[in-house]
Ligand binder design. Sequence first.
Ligand SMILES: *Cc1c(COP(=O)(O)O)cnc(C)c1O
Length: 362
Amino acid sequence: MSRVFNFGAGPAMLPLEVMEKAQAEFLDYNGMGASVIEISHRSKEFDAIINRADELLIELAGIPDNYKILYVHGGAQMQFSAIPLNLINRLPARKASFVLTGSFASKASKEAARYGSMLEVASSKDQNFSYIPEFDPAKLDPESSYLHITSNNTLFGTRWHSFPETGDVPLVADMTSELMSRKLDINKFGVIYAGLQKNLGPSGLAVVIIREDLLEHALPETPSMLNYKTYAEQHSLANTNNTFAIYMMQLVLEWLKDQGGVDAIEQRNEEKAKLVYDCIDGTDFYYGTAQAAHRSVMNVTFNLSNEDLLANFLSEADKNGLYALKGHRDVGGVRASIYNAMPRAGCEALVDFMKDFEKRNG
Ligand SMILES: *Cc1c(COP(=O)(O)O)cnc(C)c1O
């Protein structure tokens, strides 16, 4: 068996140890003679899995007692609807503020506009989302039910290195492409949500971390399976949840704990990203597409100064076991997604290839 270094943005590679464990126990979970996907979501065995997932999230992310953890159907983009349905009615003006740092942020803002007024606080669209725009949180409309940001912009390769102090306006963050990759002060946020398929497991499910007092404001027409309160009251098991995704996430979190937790993985992630950025910055052959001060640690975006060489670069990389490096069509060029599960050896192999390609074509 030979596995590629998978630089795909998502669904992304998962740790090999996790895949092997899932494979080994797939037919017979815990000596039950049945697979984890063949047992009831109300069985004591699954109960242990979901409880352990909660416990690991609380421990590894440092989630305080006044927050609930929810496992919500539909991945990250379903939360683009669930967030306004649950929160925009927090204040009667029904306003939601947004910082537009990429396509996902823009999509999220359009969904919110169905249920109230969308206020654009700042945007980096003028330069194709290559930076995080400045704004003064003191100028936020106090009638805003929340402020929404996308903490890491998966397509464009930028991230918020620090977060705004939003006072009484709850900060809501789409952290799909970086949750559990960096230390966070959860208290700064009203809601954090993330689709699992970047750093946590399979696609189709989102983890939502929400401050308890924010569970009380859902619009009356909110479908019950999009109402966060339904999830909070029934431990995300009001209906049959995606038991396989929760199981896989639990394994990924167990792995993360074995790696030394978020502190240790954050340091390793920064070193991995630095390897690639140093290679880009060390030559005119390549250039980064995001402004240096706003660069993502998870998604490294760059291009070749001579774009005629791009197709060759990508196809040769693929032949060398460096998979899915093609940039998103909104940016072009190359994107190396290097989430928690990407080993340092993957970044080293990429850099070796980049240097060799430059030598042969420079
Ligand atoms: C991948 C991604 C999404 C899309 O997630 P889905 O689960 O496909 O809906 C949304 N936001 C961000 C920041 C992402 O990286």
